[in-house]
Design a protein around this ligand. Structure first.
Ligand code: UD1
Length: 420
């Protein structure tokens, strides 16, 4: 299903409605968490994206049977009594979320060997919090020949773990390891992203005892075993935010069906500051813009701050806004890599360390560019919509990893976007 490139004819105004499916960053972790219970887990509202297929293959290599119904958007994962424990390099390198099998495998099988992950080129993305946390739970963890090797043959024991930074992946790995530990685990400075609460709710449905989801302190009382469960994935707030920015950038009017405003308070406030009218409807969010956006300063922070995954969209909006803006990236140091691509469209941006100063122009000018990661790829497609002429976004496979049917959705909103 990969596209090599997106061909975008601009300028365009997006009008209509789109449906947002389950969040990639939840779905992949829910799939990994399924390993914690023998038997058939059912996950609903699963997006049809490339990364789900990669995680399905990873689980199958661990002995699971995975059935993906792309029409019903559901996934069943049948987990054997004793899953395998090795996640190979050829799959793990394709996707950062593969590291999420580490905690469940260690808790379930007592050992795990997971290749050092790949994923988007957006910064150094260490694993030290994951490793230190699992050690605190009593695991023996080391790196060898490109693999993280973790062993806990006698099981894990609850502990208090204070994270230096509220890392999403580390919070998830530690929570999914702690649910089958002896005693109580407390994760302090835990990430508060809605994805974490979603995974926690699934674990609770399996029989886990967890308190404090959505707060900075998560308490987990270990249980002996978990049972398979059914869970519906929460809607993707980053895809929702992408459509919200798309409406504001193109002076459009988009109803985002399934979008949850409560997960995007700061980004939506920013769009209101830019001049958009944002309303909550019975089934989603409507974003309408009648004029050229005003420039908006943005600083990314862990949830509930402005999401780093929407930072490229904020830069693109500012590139065609009235005025100047400063965009500060506080989460991933490599996340301005796509700025050089945006400059090919004529954007005037100066990057200094983790700050980008953007000087808005009335319109950009279509050109060939390349996607550097999922979100940058989607943002560059949006930039093509506010450019005069044809923009080709190469390496479109990045976008497929996070946005189901992106070109089809854009066409349904009136844009001339095709895959080439
Ligand atoms: C997840 C999301 C990603 C999102 C990010 C922040 C998935 C698959 N990806 O990534 O889309 O942009 O959250 O919302 O869910 N860090 C360390 N040591 C560690 C772990 C992290 O130094 O052990 C650093 C990272 O390099 C980064 C920061 O902490 O600078 C945040 O990373 P983290 O929250 O862990 O992001 P991911 O889980 O990788």
């Amino acid at each position: 299903m990969s596209a090599d490139a997106f061909r975008v004819v601009g300028p365009a105004r997006l009008v209509g409605s789109v449906v947002v499916r389950g969040a990639k960053n939840s779905a992949l972790k829910l799939m990994a968490a399924s390993l914690l219970a023998t038997g058939k887990n059912t996950l609903l509202n699963i997006p049809h994206i490339a990364d789900v297929e990669i995680m399905a293959e990873l689980l199958e290599r661990l002995g699971c049977t995975v059935v993906h119904d792309t029409v019903a958007h559901s996934l069943t994962i049948n987990v054997p009594e004793v899953p395998g424990h090795k996640a190979d390099y050829d799959l793990v390198r394709k996707m950062r979320a593969s590291i999420n099998v580490l905690g469940p495998l260690l808790a379930r099988v007592g050992e795990a060997e997971v290749a050092l992950p790949g994923g988007d080129a957006i910064g150094s993305r260490g694993l030290d919090f994951h490793i230190e946390g699992l050690r605190a739970l009593g695991a023996d963890v080391h790196q060898e020949h490109g693999y993280v090797i973790a062993k806990a043959p006698h099981g894990l024991t609850g502990a208090t773990i204070a994270l230096d930074f509220p890392s999403v992946g580390a919070t998830e790995n530690l929570m999914t390891a702690a649910v089958l530990s002896k005693g109580t685990t407390i994760i302090e400075n835990a990430a508060r992203e809605p994805d974490i609460a979603d995974i926690g709710e699934f674990l609770i449905a399996m029989g886990a005892k967890i308190e404090g989801l959505g707060s900075s302190t998560i308490t987990i009382h270990g249980v002996d075993r978990l049972n398979p469960a059914t869970h519906s994935t929460l809607p993707d707030r980053i895809v929702t935010g992408t459509w919200a920015f798309a409406a504001a950038m193109t002076q459009g009017d988009i109803t985002i069906v399934g979008g949850r405003a409560e997960h995007l308070e700061i980004p939506l406030d920013k769009l209101v500051a830019a001049g958009a009218v944002v309303t909550t409807t019975s089934d989603g969010i409507r974003v309408k813009m009648d004029r050229r956006p005003s420039a908006i300063d943005v600083a990314t922070l862990p949830y509930p701050g402005f999401p780093t995954d929407l930072q490229p969209m904020a830069i693109c909006l500012n590139a065609i806004a009235q005025g100047h803006a400063l965009v500060t990236e506080n989460v991933f140091e490599g996340r301005f890599m796509f700025v050089n691509e945006l400059k090919r469209l004529g954007a005037t941006i100066t990057v200094d360390g983790h700050h980008a100063a953007v000087n808005g122009l009335p319109q950009l000018s279509g050109a060939p560019v390349a996607a550097t990661d999922i979100r940058a790829g989607a943002a560059l497609v949006l930039a093509g919509l506010v450019s005069e002429g044809i923009t080709i976004v190469e390496d479109g496979y990045h976008v497929d990893r996070g946005y189901p049917d992106f070109a089809e959705d854009l066409r349904s909103l009136g844009a001339a976007v095709t895959r080439v």
